[in-house]
Write a protein that binds this ligand. Sequence first.
Ligand code: 3PG
Length: 305
Amino acid sequence: MKVLVATDKPFASVAIDGIRKAVESAGMKLELLEKYTDKKQLLEAVADVDALIIRSDIIDAEVFDAAKKLKIVVRAGAGYDNIDLKAATAHNVCVMNTPGQNANAVAELVFGMMIYQIRNHFNGTSGTELKGKTLGLHAYGNVAKNVARIAKCFGMTIYAFDPFCPKEVIEKDGVIAVESVDKLYEKSQFVSLHIPATAETKKSINYTLLNLMPKNAVLINTARKEVINEEELLQLMEDRKDFKYISDIQPDLEALFIEKYPERILFTPKKMGAQTAEANINAGIAAANQIVGFLKEGIDKFRLN
Ligand code: 3PG
């Protein structure tokens, strides 16, 4: 049995060592395709593999067509909007993710970026502090839970809106559950996005919603760039000189944001939130173990299709 790790954004080598150990000790072979630049390389590499570990790599119908022996794809991470689930099902391929495994890494970067931004990009002028400020969590999944844990230590007041998460789950973490998305944005000087990119959420973070935020608003996006209406956000930043946008995902209109508001934005390259050795180890080895469990014993916990 062959397991391929195909990652445009590679794991730390220590994570690959752990993945290799998990795969080889189950009597399987590990292959690597890292930093590929052309989809053709991916199509060739998947031709004879039984299992695939990926990150944000696009796995569409063409990839499933090319992967004749493929039985399972594990997205080492949370979001799976990069995988065509219908095509996977049509090709009889099981798809899983590894929820929670990289959440702390993303949450820590939220604070790294917030502090860099409110300390004026470390330019030596007086910035501001997080203590005593309000933070809104838009959706309350694994990353948001970790953000809440850390925000409490900073002395922030934390709100969350998540129609899919029971109020009790939110409130037992010391977070105030609000009943509408508008309320969340009205109350929060900082809003951190934790929604997936779906047909419903795409471009849903728009001018009207963001304009509800109080003075000196900071929007933090470690979710997906697709959820932002970028044209409307640019307009809002034109109309509100107090509004800041920081993200670990470069927006499609990045050049315009940089040209117009260099002091009020921060973008890290290639979605860096989950890019720590620890997150790579956690998510990568979980993915390898899930593959071994599925191929050897048919265990399909975390199956998505
Ligand atoms: C996720 O969905 O798990 C995160 O966005 C991390 O994505 P990455 O594996 O491409 O860093």
